[in-house]
Design a protein around this ligand. Structure first.
Ligand code: FES
Length: 122
C-alpha cells in the first residue's frame, strides 16, 4: 500500500497577496482540518483556524484573518491579536498562547500544507 502524501496543494504562490490571508480546508480520509495561510513580510505561514481562547474560527468571513492595518492576525470574536510570524497572541484574552502552526512549503510555485505531526484534527 502506498502511503498517502502528507502535503496538500492550497493555491499557487502568486494567489496569496502580501500582506494577506487565505482560508483552506484539508481533507484526508474521513477527517478535515480548517486552516489559513498568511502572507506577511515576504514569508508564507499556515495556521489552524481555531482561536486558542474558545476554539472558534478566527476569520471575519471568507479569507479575511488580518486586522485593519494588516499587521496582525485578529480573532473576529473578541479581537485577540496574533503575530503573523509565529501565531503568538500579543493582545487580548489569550495573551501568551499561540495559534497552531501547520507545516507549509512552496514547491514549483505552489503553496502546500501538511497535517501537523501530533494533530487532533477534530
Ligand atoms: S474567541 Fe478568539 S479572542 Fe475570544
Amino acid at each position: 500500500m502506498v502511503p498517502e502524501d502528507p502535503w496538500h496543494f492550497v493555491c499557487s504562490r502568486d494567489r496569496l497577496v502580501d500582506p494577506g490571508s487565505r482560508a483552506f480546508v484539508l481533507s484526508q480520509a474521513d477527517r478535515e482540518l480548517s486552516g489559513f495561510l498568511v502572507g506577511h513580510g515576504g514569508e508564507v505561514r499556515a495556521f489552524r483556524n481555531r482561536c486558542p481562547h474558545t476554539g472558534v474560527a478566527l476569520n471575519w468571513g471568507g479569507d479575511r484573518f488580518l486586522d485593519v492595518d494588516e499587521a496582525y492576525i485578529q480573532c473576529s470574536m473578541h479581537g485577540a491579536l496574533f503575530r503573523p510570524e509565529d501565531g503568538r497572541c500579543i493582545h487580548g484574552p489569550c495573551v501568551g498562547r499561540a495559534l497552531q502552526a501547520l507545516p507549509v512549503r512552496i514547491r514549483n510555485g505552489d503553496i502546500e500544507v501538511a497535517w501537523p505531526q501530533a494533530e487532533d484534527a477534530s
